[in-house]
Design a binder for this molecule. Structure first.
Ligand code: ADP
Ligand code: MG
Length: 480
């Protein structure tokens, strides 16, 4: 909802997400797809639209699309067709893109999105189709020329289209994060938005609550979650301002200017819409057998929703912790290695508390964490078996993070083993009580609050190593 001068407006968003299918080679050619290669070194004849070159569909990309469709709880169409979508662009050598129009490979599905307030939104998926990416025009290399890099031309994209089920920027952000997690769990798209593997066209309209949908504008090719959210906020505000002044929204394609945080008009929808789609005569329809689809289904990994439910039901974690842990596959994998054979709640606390804190502070990703899951597990074991006090464990963890060394080494080197030996602790207690004879008297005279003071003094005298339970027992005996 956003507030206008005359009451509130609901923001309606639908996304068209272009996800690059993880694949060694392109959708219709054998050229490689590695990111960051020298310009024009990964271009097949088909990608360059050489006369006579014929496309052959890459089965690996088809499998990725089916796998993704199943992960989005969507129906797979056993009969799908590749169409030519015509438009002229210097980095599109054939002057058409091979896409899918009336018969895409994947039909309707649904993605469950958990919102910050604890509620759940089911976002409808309209379709997923396979299509080629275009090349890249490089305008900034020379003042007087534009260069074209065809490395990306022909790379397989999965275009995932949502229904207009999202209500505002926060929900759109949560949806993209969830979709990205699913794609990464599936291994069908690396989800790296900085490298362009995941890009969004963002459709935005506004309406008074309860009224029919308003006219939408489409903001093209937004490549970060933050920009998607800024674009939605800005665009919704722009539309509300127009409507409240009695104007009308014109359906059009707009661009998001990240530097200025605004959207601006790129082209009217009418001019852009005549793509003259027709089935590509060089490509036979895709016919998928039930057995083919079922084999892919049988091979699906555990996805975030199921994993979260398992963390709650089998490991006894809270909904919130479980949600945080499954949001990224690497984090969930790391956590499960830490929790293996240990108390899950303790493992979760260490991962979401100490580890996340340090990772944030240092700007590292979980894959770069200097502390391995096995070493963190070892640290938890040292606390569980009484070698290390909970308080010192945090200090040891910090040292592990600094040095990458295992906990045992650090504990031994710094002499941090917990002291549970009653005689040793008794000696400490005796000297603390002797040094504070007056307070001991006050305590005995009934000032109970001083007990904590004595515990603190003994802990300090032991440099934090004394077992607090033993300290308590001995103190009670000596002061009692
Ligand atoms: P087109 O093919 O012209 O792009 P679609 O009907 O396929 O149009 O819709 C494209 C996207 O626009 C979808 O993600 C859909 O959810 C979204 N959309 C449709 N109507 C609206 C609306 N009124 N407000 C916001 N988004 C919308
Ligand atoms: Mg569109």
């Amino acid at each position: 909802m956003i507030e206008g001068a005359a009451g509130s407006w609901e923001v309606v968003v639908g996304l068209e997400v272009h996800a690059q299918a993880t694949s060694e080679s392109k959708l219709f050619s054998g050229a490689a797809t590695a990111f960051g290669a020298e310009p024009n070194t990964q271009v097949g004849f088909v990608d360059a639209a050489m006369p006579g070159a014929l496309p052959v569909v890459n089965e690996a990309c088809v499998a990725q699309a089916v796998r993704t469709g199943l992960g989005l709880n969507a129906g797979i169409n056993r009969y799908a067709v590749f169409d030519r979508k015509h438009y002229f662009y210097p980095d599109l050598p054939a002057n058409y893109q091979i896409s899918q129009y009336t018969l895409p490979i994947v039909g309707e599905g649904v993605v469950r999105v958990d919102l910050d307030d604890g509620s759940v939104r089911e976002v409808g998926i309209e379709r997923l189709h396979l299509e080629q990416d275009a090349g890249k025009s490089l305008h900034d290399r020379r003042a007087d020329a534009t260069w074209v890099d065809l490395n990306r031309a022909g790379v397989a994209l999965m275009e995932i289209v949502t229904k207009p089920d999202l209500r505002g920027a926060a929900e759109a952000g949560a949806f993209i994060r969830k979709l990205r997690a699913i794609l990464r769990y599936l291994g069908t798209c690396d989800g790296n938005m900085e490298q362009g593997s995941l890009r969004c066209d963002v459709n935005v309209s506004v309406r008074r609550p309860g009224e029919p949908f308003g006219t939408r504008c489409e903001i093209k090719n937004v490549n970060s979650i933050r920009f998607v959210q800024q674009a939605i906020d800005h665009e919704a505000r722009r539309q509300v301002d127009i409507l409240e002044e009695g104007g009308e929204i014109v359906q059009e394609t707009r661009l998001f200017d990240a530097d200025r945080g605004v959207t601006r008009s790129m082209r009217g929808k009418e001019e852009a819409h005549d793509y003259r789609y027709f089935p590509d005569p060089d490509l036979p329809p895709l016919e998928l057998s039930e057995a083919y689809i079922e084999a892919i289904r049988a091979d699906l990994p555990e996805l975030p929703d199921r994993r979260r439910a398992r963390f709650v039901e089998e490991l006894g974690l809270g909904e919130y912790d479980a949600g945080v842990l499954v949001a990224e596959k690497e984090v969930a994998d790391y956590f499960e290695r830490v929790a293996d054979g240990r108390e899950a709640k303790t493992a979760a606390n260490w991962v979401t508390g100490a580890l996340f804190g340090k990772l944030n502070e240092s700007g590292l990703k979980i894959a770069e964490a200097p502390v391995s899951a096995e070493d963190l597990g070892g640290l938890i074991d040292l606390v569980a078996d009484g070698t290390l006090s909970g308080r010192l464990a945090r200090e040891v963890f910090d040292a592990m993070f600094e040095s990458g060394r295992p906990p045992g080494e650090i504990v031994a080197e710094r002499g941090l083993e917990q002291v549970s030996d009653a005689d040793e602790i008794e000696a400490l207690v005796d000297s603390v009580v002797a040094e504070n004879a007056d307070r001991a008297e006050e305590y005995r005279a009934g000032k109970d609050k001083l007990f904590g003071f004595f515990v603190g003094q003994v802990m300090r005298a032991s440099r934090g190593r004394a077992n607090p339970k033993v300290v308590n027992d001995v103190l009670r005996r000596k002061l009692g």
